[in-house]
Design a protein around this ligand. Structure first.
Ligand code: FAD
Length: 322
C-alpha cells in the first residue's frame, strides 16, 4: 500500500511542483508507515527520475511512452488509476496546478475517492483523515475529513518547502494498458516563451495592474524585472484586457506564487489577487493611492506614481548591482 504521487514533467524535465508533491507524499507515507511511489508519464531520462529519491520517493514508476509527452487528461487519468491499482495505493497526491486540477477530480470520480484540492496541511490522522485548505480566497480555512477508502490530495503550489537528500529512487518501467483509441485529444502545437523565468518557480516577481494604463507601458516593468532577474506577472483585468498573456495572471483564478520578493505596481490589492500572492516572503507595493488595500499586505510600500517611481527604482537596482 504505497502512497502514489503524480510527478509532473515538462519537456522531459521534472517540475518543481512534482518535487513538492513527492516530498509531501513521502511525509504522508512516513506518517502512515508506508512507502512513496512517484508516477512519471512521458519520456524522461533515468538519471532525472532517480533524483526523485532525493525528495523521498523510494520508487519511480515510469511510463516512457512518447505519446505521453503532453498531458492528455483522459489517458492520464486512466493510467494513474491503473498505477494506483497496481501499487494498492489508498492515498494519491497531485500538485494543485493546472494539470493537477484537471486530473485529480477525474480520478476522484473514477475511483469514487474523496478529494481535497488546494491542500495547505499534512493530513491529521488523530481523528479521521483531516486536511486543511483555504476557502473564500484565503479569508477562511476548511478542515476536510476524507472518509472514503481511497483519498486524493492536491497540494497548493509553493506552500510546502522542499529540501533534497541523497538517496536515489529505484526506477521501474511501467507499461500501462492504453492504445491509440484512448487518445481523444491530440496536442498539435505548444508555445513556450523562451528566456523567461517560469512564474511559479521565480524567486522574484514584478507584477503590474490596471494602474499601468496599457500594454505599451510594460517595457518599464520588464526593465525593472530584467534588472532584478525577475519574472513578470499581472492582475487579472490586465490579462482579460489582453495587455498581458493569461499565463501571467496571478490570484484566485490564476497562478499561486510564493516568491522571495513580489513587487506589485499599480495593483489595488483586491482579495482575489492577494489569494495568489500572500505567501510571498516580502511584498513591495507601489501605488499612487495611499488608501490602496494592498498596502495592508505590504512589507514595504511606496506611495507614488509608478511612471515616476519605477524607472528610478530600476536605475537604483542597476547601480547597486554594478
Ligand atoms: P484596479 O482595481 O483598477 O487597481 C488599479 C490600481 O492602480 C489602483 O489601486 C490605483 O490606485 C493604482 N494606480 C493607478 N494609476 C497609478 C499610477 N500611475 N501609479 C501607481 N498606481 C496607480 N484579480 C486578480 O488579480 N487575480 C485573480 O485571480 C482574480 N480572480 C477573481 C475572481 C473573481 C470571482 C472575481 C469576482 C474577481 C477576481 N479578480 C481577480 C478581480 C479583482 O477583484 C480585482 O478587480 C482586480 O484584482 C483588480 O485589478 P487591478 O488591481 O489591476 O486594477
Amino acid at each position: 500500500m504505497s502512497i502514489l504521487i503524480f510527478a509532473d514533467q515538462a519537456q522531459g524535465k521534472i517540475k518543481k511542483s512534482a518535487l513538492e508533491a513527492v516530498q509531501y507524499g513521502a511525509k504522508v507515507a512516513e506518517q502512515l508507515g508506508t512507502t512513496a511511489t512517484a508516477l512519471v508519464l512521458g519520456p524522461v531520462e533515468s538519471a532525472e527520475l532517480e533524483t526523485l529519491g532525493y525528495y523521498g520517493a523510494q520508487k519511480v514508476l515510469h511510463a516512457s511512452d512518447a505519446r505521453l509527452h503532453e498531458v492528455e487528461t483522459t489517458v492520464y487519468t486512466k493510467i494513474i488509476a491503473e498505477a494506483a491499482g497496481k501499487e494498492g495505493s489508498k492515498v494519491i497526491i497531485f500538485p494543485s496546478n493546472f494539470d493537477g486540477k484537471a486530473l485529480a477530480p477525474r480520478l476522484s470520480a473514477r475511483l469514487k475517492a474523496g478529494l481535497v484540492a488546494g491542500a495547505i496541511s499534512y493530513p491529521d490522522t488523530s481523528n479521521g483523515f483531516v486536511v486543511k485548505k483555504n476557502v473564500f480566497s484565503g479569508k477562511a480555512f476548511a478542515n476536510v475529513n476524507i472518509t472514503s477508502e481511497v483519498k486524493i490530495i492536491a497540494i497548493m503550489p509553493n506552500t510546502f518547502a522542499i529540501s533534497a537528500g541523497t538517496n536515489k529512487a529505484t526506477v521501474e518501467a511501467f507499461t500501462p494498458a492504453i492504445n491509440d483509441a484512448d487518445f481523444k485529444v491530440k496536442v498539435i502545437r505548444t508555445e513556450t516563451v523562451s528566456g523567461e523565468v517560469p512564474l511559479t518557480e521565480a524567486e522574484i516577481i514584478v507584477s503590474g495592474g490596471r494602474g499601468m494604463k496599457g500594454p505599451e507601458n510594460w517595457g518599464m516593468l520588464e526593465d525593472l524585472a530584467k534588472a532584478l532577474g525577475a519574472a513578470t506577472a499581472s492582475s487579472r483585468p490586465v490579462a482579460d484586457a489582453g495587455w498581458r498573456p493569461h499565463h501571467e495572471h496571478v490570484g484566485q483564478t490564476g497562478l499561486t506564487v510564493r516568491p522571495n520578493l513580489y513587487v506589485a505596481i499599480g495593483i489595488s490589492g483586491a482579495i482575489q489577487h492577494l489569494a495568489g500572492v500572500n505567501g510571498s516572503k516580502v511584498i513591495v507595493v507601489i501605488n499612487k493611492d495611499p488608501e490602496a488595500p494592498f498596502f495592508k499586505a505590504a512589507d514595504y510600500g511606496i506611495v507614488g506614481d509608478a511612471f515616476d517611481v519605477v524607472p528610478k527604482l530600476t536605475e537604483a537596482v542597476k547601480k547597486y548591482k554594478q
